[in-house]
Design a protein around this ligand. Structure first.
Ligand code: OOG
Ligand code: MG
Length: 261
């Protein structure tokens, strides 16, 4: 950790204001090149504290940069973790105001909902045993940095670009589906723009939950029972504009769609 509490608080405030005012800022490592992981998560934790103090509820947790496609797209090699707020939840099939965002991108994800506490260090067996069901989702990302110019440390501080999410389709018991071979097709305005299989995420999306639990264990935290977890984009993230219709078709899990207005 290189920052004092005052600087953490100031950077968290800058990032939250960038989100609230849709006014992107330069990546924080420009001003603080020596920031480390602990600094980045301390800033993210402070944003979370501010949100909860302001009346928002935490709707779930997320892992990001868990697929080869995303790691390549972002030129990084390690997953990152963040949280989602209740006000980011959008209904399946709904119209979403594009002006809520700075430069939104969408990506297909498989979400887990737990029914038991998961304490790391753990393994995939622990995660599968504690999973109530899985369901298809789309994450709407929005970086608070200008032109998405960021590095891993900056994106963690910015709550991993979390902005909104849509869940839909059919929930399935995790033991009734082979998540590795689930086919996923991302369509924009009726055209296929990307496709993937569940194995794109760390070989099996449940591994994202393992990594999340293990990361939290280093901070003496657990994944509580009943947690909604987005396991990371299986496809690359695709930019959207006003008028765009997005539909993601998940084999066995139904589809998720939305229109940006
Ligand atoms: C970082 C967030 C990555 C995912 O699922 O890979 C993420 C970004 O691309 O802005 O949520
Ligand atoms: Mg994501």
């Amino acid at each position: 950790m290189t920052l004092d509490d005052k600087t953490v608080a100031a950077l968290a405030e800058q990032l939250e204001n960038a989100e609230l005012n849709r006014a992107p800022i330069t990546k924080i490592t420009d001003a603080y090149p020596d920031l480390d992981w602990d600094d980045a998560y301390a800033i993210q934790d402070e944003i979370r504290r501010r949100k909860v103090a302001g009346g928002a509820q935490i709707a779930g947790l997320k892992a990001g940069l868990t697929s080869q496609a995303k790691m390549k797209q972002m030129n990084v090699s390690e997953p990152v973790f963040g949280f989602m707020c209740d006000y980011g939840a959008c209904a399946d099939g709904s119209e979403i105001e594009i002006d809520r965002f700075i430069a939104p991108r969408v990506e297909a994800e498989i979400a887990f909902v737990t029914n038991k506490e998961i304490a790391g260090p753990c393994h995939i067996g622990t995660v599968l045993q504690a999973t109530d069901f899985v369901l298809p989702a789309v994450e709407i990302l929005d970086s608070r940095y200008e032109n998405f110019k960021f590095d891993l440390i900056s994106v963690v501080a910015d709550n991993t670009s979390a902005a909104a999410f849509v869940c839909g389709g059919n929930a399935k018991r995790v033991q009734d589906i082979d998540l590795r071979t689930v086919g996923i097709v991302l369509e924009k305005n009726g055209e296929t723009v990307d496709l993937a299989a569940g194995a794109a995420v760390l070989g099996q999306p449940a591994e994202s939950v393992v990594m999340l639990a293990n990361m939290l264990a280093r901070k003496d935290q657990v994944i509580p029972a009943g947690t909604f977890i987005m396991t990371g984009g299986v496809t690359a993230a695709v930019g959207v504009e006003r008028g765009d219709h997005i539909a993601v078709r998940f084999q066995h899990l139904g589809s998720v769609s939305m229109r940006f207005v």
